[in-house]
Design a protein around this ligand. Structure first.
Ligand code: GDP
Ligand code: MN
Length: 379
């Protein structure tokens, strides 16, 4: 789970990591008021869950209230890498002498927390990693010991020569590590960490990702979640016992079991089609689950054909067929459905749906080809 910059800055404050004041705004009117209250240079920043906002024009300095309003009007509603800007942060702008990068992530190779830092701050770190990997310092942190003073100092001395700056940085690094561990983060980044004209070390941007599997014990972090439309559907599906992930294609898939769902997507791709989703209705599927799954697929405008692939083991094909029939009675399904039922109670399942005039096929590859054919007819 990712959080917005404005939320990351709140967490920085909780951990006493220095960060300039800011106000979250949804309208140009709110930005005007915030800029007036600051009464000095501010920076207006798009709040979207994606990096590189500066380059995309989503971060603008404003010396006057008027400039702040102009920036807000430009940024609000802007599309940044497919994310629509619905809110901006108006932050007290600082004079920057130099920008650095600091980050913590989980390194599966060394089974430790990896502490990373670079003097190449400001730009996206992925680019630095590609073009100049030596510019990124890395220290694995043993989580039994935590980040030691020695490790924090080692990095700080590599970034700063002034002892006053080193001392500030060491404090920030240790607090950042504490934040990372205590909140079950999988990534925290300060980019850039800056030296201001007043020789203060401050965070002016924050990026954080948290481990979804730990959210059950991170109630405060979970409360920060602002899922987008696709994620909302995925969460709603999970509550109904379905595992759903939206993809880019147009063949809506309904499958029992994660492995078969993966295989189904592979076969669709193999024959030149594109799955609209991954959808695992699970084992021992009750008819209700099939109804829920049909609702989910029908709510996706991109879905042109529904392909149902059931290999009955614990899942009984007649249950799936009953669910499907219920769904078809309840809702108006205007798009073609291709069904492959095989395994436990397949004959009974096929008998149940036989009255519904649905094309049934005998194998997965036949199903995929038929789904693709029907899809091409629609397009
Ligand atoms: P990102 O592009 O999404 O990573 O957004 P950032 O918040 O990191 O901002 C991008 C760049 O804008 C930074 O690297 C800075 O160069 C600049 N910037 C952001 N805030 C300030 C500020 O308060 N003062 C100054 N002078 N520049 C800023
Ligand atoms: Mn940044």
């Amino acid at each position: 789970m990712k959080i917005h910059e404005y939320q990351a800055r709140q967490l920085f404050r909780q951990y006493a990591i220095p960060v300039p004041d800011d106000v979250l705004c949804y309208t140009a009117g709110e930005v005007e008021k915030a800029a007036r209250d600051f009464n000095r240079m501010v920076v207006v920043k798009a709040q979207v869950l994606v990096g590189g906002r500066g380059k995309a024009g989503g971060v603008k300095l404003a010396k006057t209230v008027d400039e702040a309003v102009i920036a807000a009007n430009k940024i609000l509603g802007m599309d940044i890498k497919g994310f629509k800007v619905e809110k901006v942060l108006v932050a007290d702008a600082v004079e920057i002498n130099k920008e650095f990068y600091v980050g913590l992530t989980i390194d599966r190779n060394t089974k430790s927390v990896l502490f990373m830092a670079s003097t190449e701050g400001g730009v996206e770190i992925e680019e630095v990693a590609k073009e100049n990997p030596a510019a990124i310092l890395k220290i694995p942190i043993d989580t039994d010991l935590g980040m030691t003073d020695f490790q924090a100092r080692k990095i700080a001395f590599k970034l700063f020569s002034d002892i006053n700056l080193v001392k500030q940085a060491v404090e920030i690094f240790k607090k950042l590590y504490k934040l990372f561990i205590e909140n079950d983060a999988s990534l925290v980044e300060i980019n850039p960490l800056v030296i201001t004209d007043k020789n203060r070390v401050m965070a002016i941007d924050g990026k954080m990702t948290f481990d979804d599997n730990a959210l059950f014990r991170q109630i405060d972090i979970e409360a920060l979640n602002e899922p987008d439309e696709d994620e909302k559907k995925e969460i709603a599906a999970k509550d109904k016992g379905l595992t759903y992930i939206r993809l880019d294609g147009n063949i809506g898939c309904m499958v029992n079991g994660a492995g078969l769902a993966m295989a189904t997507m592979d076969v669709i791709k193999y024959f030149g089609g594109n799955p609209a989703n991954f959808l695992d209705i699970g084992g021992s599927s009750s008819p209700q689950k099939v109804v829920d799954a049909m609702n989910l697929l029908m709510s996706d405008k991109h879905v042109k054909v529904i392909m149902i692939n059931i290999f009955g083991g614990i899942t009984r094909c007649d249950d799936v067929a009953r669910g499907l029939v219920t769904a078809l009675d309840q809702m108006k399904v205007t798009i073609p459905i291709v069904i492959r039922l095989s395994g436990t109670n397949a004959e009974e399942g096929l008998r149940i749906i036989s009255d519904y005039n649905l094309p049934t096929v005998n194998s997965l590859s036949e199903a995929a080809q038929e789904a693709i054919r029907l899809c091409n007819l629609v397009n």
